[in-house]
Design a protein around this ligand. Structure first.
Ligand SMILES: NC(=O)c1ccc[n+]([C@@H]2O[C@H](COP(=O)([O-])OP(=O)(O)OC[C@H]3O[C@@H](n4cnc5c(N)ncnc54)[C@H](OP(=O)(O)O)[C@@H]3O)[C@@H](O)[C@H]2O)c1
Length: 244
């Protein structure tokens, strides 16, 4: 089986590392790529074809892991050459996924949850063709959500709505605890109900959010835009907080 990779960043490199089977061969291309990506491709030893069109035509499974901005363009450009499954792993809105579905046969909507460079991220899949990828569970925990393309993207948004809103609340409570000179006690008291690694996880979440607050705000705006017909009181408050 031939797996084509469009994009060779963190996601593809990790998949290439985790999915090791003598029955599977990975291919990609240098076409139009930056020095950094070319270097990573050379270092990995993956087979390289001249163009992404060649990659798409030769693949039984074509994986797009490029960037949210280029996901639709990539699908429009190369989706038509893919004979087998087209797996989109980009962090895109469910609307973009549905747009891609109009132009690509055999689309599977994919969402990677968890740290991508860890050994145990989880791959969620949705769409009728997901069954054809469940064998990936031998290499990376793989779960099918439903037959509906868009559900994996929706799940990712919902998860993001929860974690980002919680992060905003953590930032606020932690700040007040510090002002009251009760930081350690704040974490100790919450550890009782939230688990032993609560302090470590919270501090990492707080730093992460503060260091990329612009991107997190943009992601919250996307969530608000997509789930506009729902009660988003908490998510809107989190956005207001992050924008300060
Ligand atoms: N990192 C995560 O934790 C994570 C988790 C889940 C989903 N995702 C999604 O997965 C996608 C990839 O993420 P990543 O972390 O692997 O990104 P990354 O490390 O920035 O790598 C992106 C790769 O895609 C290539 N690329 C960009 N535009 C392309 C195009 N038009 N045609 C072909 N290749 C192109 C880049 O090449 P150049 O260097 O030449 O630009 C680079 O090799 C993103 O959409 C992201 O939202 C990421």
């Amino acid at each position: 089986m031939i797996v084509g990779l469009i994009g060779f960043g963190k996601v593809s490199q990790n998949l290439f590392k985790l999915i090791k089977s003598k029955d599977m061969e990975f291919i990609t291309s240098f076409e139009g790529r930056s020095g950094e990506t070319i270097e990573a491709i050379k270092k990995s030893g993956i087979e390289v074809l001249d163009t992404f069109e060649d990659v798409a035509s030769a693949s039984d499974i074509l994986i797009s892991a490029t960037s949210p901005k280029s996901a639709l363009d990539v699908a429009l450009k190369y989706g038509k050459y893919a004979k087998g499954i087209y797996l989109d792993l980009n962090n895109i809105s469910p609307d973009t996924t549905l747009e891609i579905d109009k132009h690509v046969s055999n689309l599977v909507d994919g969402a990677i949850i968890g740290k991508i460079d860890s050994d145990n991220p989880i791959l969620y899949l949705s769409g009728k063709n997901s069954d054809g990828l469940l064998f990936l569970n031998d290499f990376i925990t793989t779960k099918k959500i439903s037959d509906n393309v868009g559900d994996a993207a929706r799940l990712k948004l919902l998860r993001s709505a929860y974690t980002k809103t919680l992060s905003a609340l953590l930032i606020e409570s932690h700040q007040i605890a510090k002002t009251c000179n009760l930081e350690d006690e704040f974490f100790d008291a919450l550890t009782l109900t939230e688990g032993n690694d609560f302090k470590e996880k919270s501090l990492s979440r707080i730093n992460n959010t503060l260091n990329s607050s612009k991107r997190k705000s943009e992601e919250l705006e996307e969530i608000i835009d997509y789930f506009d017909n729902n009660d988003l009181t908490m998510v809107r408050a989190a956005l207001k907080k992050l924008n300060r």
